[in-house]
Design a protein around this ligand. Sequence first.
Ligand code: GLN
Length: 535
Amino acid sequence: MPNTKYIFVTGGVSSSLGKGIIAASLAKLLQSSGFSVTIQKLDPYINVDPGTLNPYEHGECYVTNDGAETDLDLGHYERFLNIPTSQANNVTTGRIYQTVINKERKGDYLGKTVQIIPHITNEIKRRIKILGETGDYDLVITEIGGTVGDIESLPYIEAVRQLKWDLGKEKVIVIHLTLIPYLAAAKELKTKPTQHSVKELMQSGISPDVLVCRTEHHIGKDIRKKLALFCSVDQESIIESIDAETIYDVPNLMLSEGLHKVVLDKLGLKAEEKPILTAWNQFLSNYKNPKNTVEIGLVGKYIELQDAYKSIFESLDHAGANNQIKVNIHPIHSEELKKSNVGEKLKGLDGLIVAPGFGDRGIEGKIEAVRYVRENNIPFLGICLGMQMAVIEVARNVLKLKNANSTEMNVSTPYPVIDIMEDQKMVTKKGGTMRLGAWDCELEKNSKAFDIYGTRLISERHRHRYEFNNDYLEKLKEVGLISTGFNPKTGLVEIVEIPSHPWFVGVQYHPEYKSTVLNPHPLFVAFVAACLENK
Ligand code: GLN
């Protein structure tokens, strides 16, 4: 039986305090002290996974190697820890209930009344322990989505209470992330909301072991004393989390507050070494001391919400730091782009990304944007739908196939240059049925892609139903759009390029899901470098 210990992160007072970043930063510190750590997120909504959610509702849907459509916090976990997550790392209320109801129908509980306690809480506990029982981790950090006091979170909080009881104090601790608001008129930091939120947690039978306090101003000794007294937490376990310039500063902030020490102490663990953040700090130093700047446009239809393209933003930051280039990202709404204004709207950009997406809203604007950067020799990276738009643009404007389109947008297009994948034709259910997760891709030797990756066989993550139509492979090649990456088993096109253009690459997969702080993605690194060259 593995000796895994469990750390829970709950949130109080307000949403959006950054539980995911705190969990990832703590994990980073523990990982760099020699422990193997993973992070899991429990989400209290009823969707079985966030794959069916509009990005306006929930931000980006992140995809793991094993094809789980997950919460965007898993992206932070991978970017911070540099290790992959999996299906087991994100569980929703929908999935918990689905499992329990399926068991009930099978007759697994025959004769019994199926209830929240113990059946739902048991299933929650089972999902939490799955990661620990692999034996791969010394520590599992589980972030509980939502805010303490929400109706939806109650079964999770109850499961944590039970687990603390089942496994004992030295195996389970709870960190409560809370907000200490500053009242400008009174010029004071206020602890009352935290007191109430801890009280709420205590009513559910959990006394937090550590309080992490989000704040805009430093919290002094007095506040710490007061919090300790009212919340029954010892003073050294009150950790300040002050607003940071970048999320990548948070591990260092937590290091100086000693969060990892308090946690290890409470779990009765001794670190063999102090956290070593050399490579991390090298990244930060490059990130904060750029030698050059580039302006990159990101054309998408969800640009009002920055979280919708979270991994792309982060990947550009990683790639920028790697090149010591500051990347200024200019979100551009695809619905606002027309032939008449595209030159004006894209003026001054050193490079352009056309974002992934679904459905036909804004696609004509995306196609116009591709045309502009192709004709004006501006570096271009098309991701998933962005790659498909590049194929359509070349088909329409170079190959002169009038009304060429994807059958996603127009089922009766005369030239379906992008078409539904064969194995998607029979799919009727929406949830979890796309081509998902990591697939191999073989690169043509004579290509930009091969130069960038430096290897023939790569593996990248996917999330799509439509695909380059190989009937047009030769015709598009004749006009200069070549395919340079293929799935070795199915022959599906994964990469297109225009060799006569300084930097024009479209990828059917999502490189942004694989970029981490310590391993910036080669495609983004090469793209950002090309943008600087184009300046
Ligand atoms: N809508 C397109 C498809 O399903 C592209 C998906 C995406 O950009 N992730 O193929």
